[in-house]
Ligand binder design. Structure first.
Ligand SMILES: NC(=O)CC[C@H](N)C(=O)O
Length: 355
């Protein structure tokens, strides 16, 4: 494992053996590697787990419900590579069907263990996210910066697909959506119309818009931002998550910027604006909304208690809001899932007033 600052770590392989390059980021969650590895927001990233013991519960079953994998967040592994301290060759779980190493090999994703992930994380915390590569023997490759590329175009779907058959029609703009967002909407009586990131959904028949999470720099998603801007005039309810928060902010006219090393964990505290209520949230992002640049008709909705960065925005009078954290969790705490109820209530309210 070689970082762009020249630091080298030697590890042992437990995944697929090919050299890969990307952005090196760390996450501090203690569980949830099946969900994290299949989260499309990690496209282009080499993931370092600060929790030392990984692989001990294997990989869950590939069963499907509503045409979605029940235990994965998308249809494949999206990370570029995985770095752990201690890999468990032995695993045990009622739902496990294979080892993490076998899964990585199957999907051609490298994994290294025996790396001092504490030392590696300290370097990233001091210097900020770094480019890095995993090299095997003689296969020397160049560094690669995924943030220069429109990763959303890679992670998004290329066709319109419908899930569920509830009463409320929700267009979900798929910038690299996690399945649990679809599950959370279906559970709340929605028909979810999943559309590609650059699809102009304004002519569809729908009652609300959902903006998904997704990989990379939100500044590279202008096509989505344009479509969001157009839809705002109709005043149909909008909710966004993570990249969706950043794109809604950009559509409102605010700016986004890159954080030093981002937030990737299960224990990020966020404060609900105007209250003393703090929620512990699941997060995975490297960019943030610059609260200072929000136009006058918008306000922050949540703020991170650790570093005061923006954790959500809302329109002062219209039913538009979004969060930087993940109310759908998968994995992590589910304490903020009620935000999906708030969104669906906005949808019901909108339909009532329309009649
Ligand atoms: N999970 C996400 O949607 C991540 C959003 C964006 N790619 C970021 O890193 O900030």
């Amino acid at each position: 494992m070689i970082l762009e600052d020249g630091t080298t770590f030697e590890g042992k392989s437990f995944g697929y053996e090919k050299s890969v390059a990307g952005e090196v980021v760390f996450y501090t969650a203690m569980t949830g590697y099946p969900e994290s590895l299949t989260d499309p927001s990690y496209t282009g990233q080499i993931l370092v787990s600060t929790f030392p013991l990984i692989g001990n519960y294997g990989v869950p079953s590939d069963s499907k419900e509503e045409n979605l994998y029940e235990f994965y967040e998308s249809n494949k592994i999206h990370i570029t590579g995985l770095i752990v301290s201690d890999y468990s060759f032995e695993y045990s779980h009622w739902n496990a069907i294979k080892s993490l190493g076998d899964w990585l090999k199957e999907q051609k994703v490298p994994g290294l263990f025996g790396i001092d992930t504490r030392a590696l994380t300290k370097i990233i915390r001091v210097k900020g996210s770094l480019l890095g590569k995993i090299e095997f023997d003689d296969e020397v490759i160049d560094f690669y910066d995924p943030n220069q590329e429109n990763l959303v175009a890679i992670a998004s779907t290329d066709k319109v697909e419908v899930y569920g058959n509830g009463e409320h029609r929700i267009v979900l703009v798929d910038c690299g959506v996690k399945y649990n967002i679809i599950r959370c909407l279906i559970k709340r009586n929605a028909t979810v119309i999943v559309v590609p990131w650059d699809y102009d959904f304004n002519n569809e028949d729908f009652d609300g818009i959902f903006l998904s999470n997704g990989p990379g720099d939100p500044a590279l998603c202008d096509a989505t931002v344009e479509n969001i801007r157009k839809t705002m005039d109709a005043e149909k309810p909008i909710m966004g998550i993570c990249l969706g928060n950043q794109l809604l902010a950009r559509a409102a006219g605010a700016e986004t910027y890159k954080l030093k090393f981002g937030h990737r964990s299960h224990n990020q505290p966020v404060l609900l604006q105007g209250t003393d209520r703090c929620f512990i949230t699941s997060q995975n992002h490297g960019f943030a909304v610059d609260t200072k640049t929000l136009p006058a008709d918008w306000e922050p909705l949540f703020t991170n208690v650790n570093d005061q960065t923006n954790e959500g925005i809302r329109h002062k009078t219209k039913p538009f809001f979004s969060t930087q954290f993940h109310p759908e969790a998968a994995s992590g705490p589910v304490d903020t899932e009620f935000l999906f109820d708030d969104f669906m209530n906005n949808v019901i309210e909108y339909k009532k007033n329309k009649k």
